[in-house]
Design a protein around this ligand. Sequence first.
Ligand SMILES: [Zn+2]
Length: 405
Amino acid sequence: MSNKLDSFSLSSGMEACLSLERELNKLLVRFEGIKDIGHNLLDTAISDIKTLQDDLGNVPEDQFLSSEQVERVKSVMMKVKSSLAKFGGEHRELHSALSKYGKLIDRNFVADYAATSRPNIFNHPDKVGLINKIICQHYHRQGMHDVAEALAEETDVQYEFTEKESFGELNHILDCLRNKDLEPALVWATAHSQALDNINSSLEFKLHRLKYIELLSKGTNYQADAITYARNHFRKFVKQHEKDIQVLMGMLLYIPNGINTSPYSCLVSEELWLDTYELFTREACQLMGITVHSPLAICLNAGCSAIPALLNIKQVMMQRQVGPMWNGKDELPIEIDLGPDSRYHSMFACPILRQQSTKGNPPMRLVCGHVISRDALSKLCNGNKMKCPYCPMEQSPGDARFVIF
Ligand SMILES: [Zn+2]
């Protein structure tokens, strides 16, 4: 599961956490200090009172206290009073430091995210249904099938039963691959051999290659096994992977001295396992008809990356009084790059109006081949003629063609 957060949101969030932690540690030291002082003051006061009690206890009831004893009572009372006053003072100071810490938390973290979200987006029951569905899917991916099923029942989520099985099977195979157990992956790939062929996949070959290399790495005792394995499994891949198979055969020469020190050492590296693991995830997901990453995790990570930028722009927009951040448009007020992993489809930004194309304002290809948005096209029209702003070829706007990406 991808948990990549944008470095910006991470670093600014981390900085805030670290500075708060530093302040918290200072506060904790003060807490410890006041605890010690408090204990000392109370212990002394209690022992003073006890000694006084013992002294006065010896005085018979019908006898007045001597002036010396009265003085002692007064002195102990004064001392206890001043101790309590001192303790009270320390406590007040601590309390003010504690309330400053609360303000520090408010300053370092934003509490109001209302401006960055559009709650009305989730008003429609269909949308709520979609959210519940991706949450269920996410639980299935994590192997928490009972939670997913309970949620599906409570929220009436309808999804195919095979999803649960697919995720269960996928998770099991990937767990085994992580522990370098190739068997379940090989069984799956063999069962789906035809489908993998149809998408021009090299997964099955790469799994067999790992198995073969595993045998080779065991030394001369397994040489015959490796050769038999190659004979049984590589034949059908000769056309597509001739060069790779030649390389694999070359490895046989180096068994006695160890593959690790041979020119083929890169084939026994951890990287090959990682590559195959990733390939399996991608292609198995494609065949099972599920996304490689959980849609819920993708949305959450995209949101985490976008929020700091949106909060900054909110500040600027409020200062300049340019109205609410969302003007009913289906578009963010600024462009936020989430990186190549989060790009799913092509989009077109009009070079004239500098706006992303929409259904209402699609990209249009001019006769000369330049593409601009429909709004820009109608602005450039002069009667039944227009000049391309780039070449500048004169043409009729009616000849422009609608472009679909
Ligand atoms: Zn042109």
